[in-house]
Ligand binder design. Structure first.
Ligand SMILES: [Zn+2]
Length: 350
């Protein structure tokens, strides 16, 4: 067996197979000489065909993205709120922004509310300074007690120092309003859960509520989880102001990431375990079908036998326009309501 493995017959057959494959490819893509004429005459056709397929694929890709944005629009905004509110609230508990400082050259100082000095005052963590004494450029000071190294006096441009000051002013305001933002987040959570309880109550299911609670909890937890790496990265880039900005961005990213992942995992898990999905025999045609009770409520007839009241598939342009009009109307209604209430409230004072 091992002595003479060379077999000329096998070699020939492999060669034949190879020729066959080449022939197939040539025929498929019309490379052969016998097809040359045909290819020439159908070049126009070929271009039209290719163009059509590109157009079709383009719209398909666009439609895919659009469906994603359309379906997850409010969820992603909600995750954003969850992470943002949590990040901002954490920042407000941990860091105090002070525009200026104890010396004239201090532009903006970040103090650590969790570390008090002997006089019960928060210790400074990082500070942006204008040129002074023996440091002839704008720089960031970092408290050596955090790093274990001497104050690095990180050089920055005067422009960066100015940006830091403006950001500091903004972050100070955000710190102040963060409790209200957190309250607003909780109110939205309660509203979303309430809406899903209502949907489930109408449909005789529980899946919508459980999903809402799951995604809210995981996106909030993801927000908390994102704060620390975000703050760390921000501290590397720009100690102090960057720490707060990083905490916020980390919170938002963590919340959106965890929200989307928990949403997908929940759907997969629930589908696999047939959560609120019934096996129903159609009343009309006796066919077995799957009824997603949490979406449509109890169904007695299969999709084919159910009276069709869904509109035909609309084009992507119609979808986009419809979506924009719908969202605009929703926002407009909210604004009109708020204004009307505010006017009534003012009127009640006179
Ligand atoms: Zn049926």
């Amino acid at each position: 067996m091992t002595e003479n493995q060379y077999d000329p017959i096998d070699e020939v057959s492999i060669d034949d197979q190879f020729k066959q494959i080449i022939q197939n490819i040539t025929q498929k893509f019309k490379f052969g000489a016998e097809n040359e004429k045909k290819t020439k005459t159908t070049l126009r056709e070929w271009i039209a065909k290719t163009w059509n397929s590109i157009k079709k694929q383009f719209w398909e890709i666009l439609r895919y993205f659009w469906n994603f944005i359309e379906n997850q629009y409010w969820e992603i905004l909600h995750y954003f709120l969850n992470g943002g509110a949590v990040g901002v609230f954490y920042n407000s508990l941990h860091w105090i922004i002070r525009i200026g400082g104890t010396a004239k050259a201090n532009i903006v100082t970040v103090l650590d509310a969790t570390r008090l000095n002997s006089l019960e005052n928060p210790t400074w963590f990082a500070r942006v300074d204008a040129p002074h004494g023996n440091v002839p450029f704008h720089h960031i000071n970092v408290n050596p007690s955090y790093t274990g190294h001497p104050d690095p006096h990180i050089q920055i441009s005067p422009f960066s120092a100015e940006i830091a000051e403006h950001l500091g002013v903004g972050l100070e305001v955000v710190n102040k309003i963060s409790p209200y933002l957190l309250t607003f987040k909780i109110a939205v959570d309660v509203g979303v859960i309430g809406y899903n309880v209502y949907k489930d109550w109408k449909r005789g299911s529980t899946r919508n509520t459980v999903k809402a609670v799951t995604t809210i909890l995981s996106s909030t937890a993801g927000g908390f989880g994102g704060i620390f790496p975000g703050s760390a990265i921000g501290s590397l880039i720009f100690p102090g102001i960057g720490t707060l900005v990083g905490g916020f961005i980390g919170g938002v990213c963590g919340a959106i990431g965890a929200g989307i992942v928990s949403d997908l995992v929940f759907e997969k898990f629930s589908d696999d375990f047939k959560y609120d999905i019934d096996e129903v025999t159609c009343k009309k045609c006796d066919k077995e079908f799957e009824s997603r009770r949490y979406e449509l409520g109890e169904q007695e007839m299969c999709e084919e036998c159910r009276p069709q009241d869904e509109p035909e598939e609309k084009s992507i342009i119609e979808n986009v326009i419809g979506f924009v009009v719908e969202k605009f109307t929703e926002v407009k209604n909210v604004v009109v309501n708020v204004v009307a209430n505010a006017v009534n409230w003012f009127k009640s004072w006179f």
